[in-house]
Design a protein around this ligand. Sequence first.
Ligand SMILES: Nc1ncnc2c1ncn2[C@@H]1O[C@H](COP(=O)(O)OP(=O)(O)O)[C@@H](O)[C@H]1O
Ligand SMILES: CC(=O)OP(=O)(O)O
Ligand SMILES: [Mg+2]
Length: 412
Amino acid sequence: MSRPARVLVLNSGSSSLKYQLIDMDSGDRLASGLVERIGERSSRVVHTPLAPAGGRRERTERVADHGEALRAASAELRADGLGLDSPEVAAVGHRVVHGGPRFTEPALVDDDVLAEIEKLVPLAPLHNPANLMGIRTARELRPDLPQVAVFDTAFHATMPEHAYRYAVDTATADAHLVRRYGFHGTSHAYVSRRAAELLGRPLEDTNVIVLHLGNGASASAVAGGRCVDTSMGLTPLEGLVMGTRSGDIDPAVVFHLSRVAGMGIDEIDELLNKKSGLVGLCGDNDMREIRRRIDEGDRAAELAFAVYTHRLRKYIGAYTAVLGRVDAVVFTAGVGENAAEVREAAVAGLEGFGLAVDAGRNAVRSGEPRLVSPEGARVAVAVVPTDEELEIARQTFALASSRDGGPEKRHA
Ligand SMILES: Nc1ncnc2c1ncn2[C@@H]1O[C@H](COP(=O)(O)OP(=O)(O)O)[C@@H](O)[C@H]1O
Ligand SMILES: CC(=O)OP(=O)(O)O
Ligand SMILES: [Mg+2]
């Protein structure tokens, strides 16, 4: 039998589990799926095998937690002959959102790594518990299989101290691990590399600003393939305006709401993480719906769009200053890849920086990396679809295949 070359990638969100089974020899996605509304009264399980075409299955049932979600996914895979029990599976790759100061590279999971991820739960209370449950359940299902944790924070570990340190009392900050970590690193790494390829430049000599605009959104400044600054901070709340998160605000808003509005700390946490951003400004967090409402003359939707794109322009300006020379501004993830109006508005007025979009190119819809700036522009504007799952699968497969490299290579 040929060596096992399939990797199951798990991406656990706070209330969802996305999975893909990828064949590393062919690059094929043998199956993908999604369990949504985990923990709610009725959850949705959607499973799509590569073959047969049209073999998509969907059902609703109650899925109590991420452990049950993985068991449901595993049953779907098994029904297609692609179960975790199959000898062709080489490893499971887990997206872990917070790796703290320690994990600057992917880690082969053992009890020590699990304990460390557990310690970081207070820094990512919505994400790390779900990630842990996915890892524990996968280990139960196939105890002999290598499990690899790939951290959202890892790519940002190269930031210089003046970028990651907050101007907060050093002793307090150090005692409580308070600093900028940054997230969506797997996407920023993948997209900045693909952008250099698109430009036909060596990665080592390419400076890009990556705008990852999904439900969560973050910007990063990447110089020669290394992150030098990023907009998310201690947690995924800082920086850009997001679907439901505020991004940058004056921290004194928290004191004010506590003292003047009498709100509790958990209530404010929920306000800023779940009831702010686009949804807080206009009631919708889906950019498609916001564009539709703007076309109907809806004032709140217009304002939400304006606040969102104003923040993007500020970060493009700031990271242009951080990088000194910018070769490309690159848009990715759900909004970045699809919303031409957002790309146009994000660079509007930045001609002085060499930035502009060509209306015809910007209107093209495609799943391929592409330039949307005018021919001969000083700074390229590009769309590069992200693929966090493929990147996690690659890092997982590389580490699982080199397992004899010794435990010291497994984590920093
Ligand atoms: N065709 C589209 N036009 C505009 N926005 C879109 C389109 N498709 C998706 N989006 C936006 O992308 C968001 C989801 O992005 P995605 O990267 O999938 O998010 P996440 O991985 O954080 O769940 C949606 O909330 C929506 O705002
Ligand atoms: C870290 C983070 O914000 O992730 P997501 O965009 O998946 O919510
Ligand atoms: Mg995402």
